[in-house]
Design a protein around this ligand. Sequence first.
Ligand SMILES: C[S@@+](CC[C@H](N)C(=O)[O-])C[C@H]1O[C@@H](n2cnc3c(N)ncnc32)[C@H](O)[C@@H]1O
Length: 273
Amino acid sequence: MDANSYLVTELIDAGLNRREARWLVEEFSPTDPEPMAAMRAAAQRRLGGEPMQYVLGHWPFRSLDLDLDSRVLIPRPETEELVGLAFEELMKRRLHAPLIVDLGCGSGAIGLALLYELRQMDVQATLVAVDSSPGALDVTRANARKHDLDGVTTVHSSWFDALDRSLLGRVDLIVANPPYVGATEFATLDPALGYEPFAALVSEDTAYAEGFFDLQVIIGQSGPWLVANGLLICEHGNMHRAAVLRAAHDAMFVDVRDLDDMFGNPRFLMAKR
Ligand SMILES: C[S@@+](CC[C@H](N)C(=O)[O-])C[C@H]1O[C@@H](n2cnc3c(N)ncnc32)[C@H](O)[C@@H]1O
């Protein structure tokens, strides 16, 4: 057995599964005492229940390796699908330099992945990344630097409140994965969610639905910021299909659709101004 195999076995004996034990050994390449201690400390964090994404401090999201810490939500596979939908829509429109607003950017996952993939296709998009959490904006800026993505402006704002009004009527695409879990439902979910920022997950109830407050604000206020035919794409909760369709119609959107995710759950609102 080589040194790494011994370490993998040590971590499995401590309680990690084989895959996670391998990840930690590969991450820390612990040949010296210092990385060895760091690897063992990381294993203890994981064994204590902390998500692997925070323990490693980075995780793949579409084509990017995003830095992550407890200031931001761990991006989910469904959200990778949302990026795919947005990318296809923008490619169909053949815009040379679309303006994208990512509301509740967190790690920057949606906006930065879109920017990166569009640039691969010679589309010079620009991004306005908005969050009410200064920590999340720091992580978005760090991820933009990490991937050499210029053309990114970060805005500390509650949704549209502090957005530059010169953007009114100029945005080609608004994407959002806002908090959408109701407080009652949150209490029943996996306790590991407690490692993620509460404000990234939980939203107040409204007359439309539980956990719908932030979606209602976004759907209700997006219209005037979009160009004619501009697109709004929002991720939402399993129980929100009726509510998002109603809110989008109430806000005078057209071509309103709601799509399932890869697990067959209602997930993505798409609507045009
Ligand atoms: C579900 S997370 C999504 C993060 C990232 N977009 C993703 O998909 O991984 C929601 C994000 O919305 C932010 N947020 C919550 N309330 C907000 C508000 N009123 N205005 C702006 N951002 C808000 C949170 O800080 C968090 O980063």
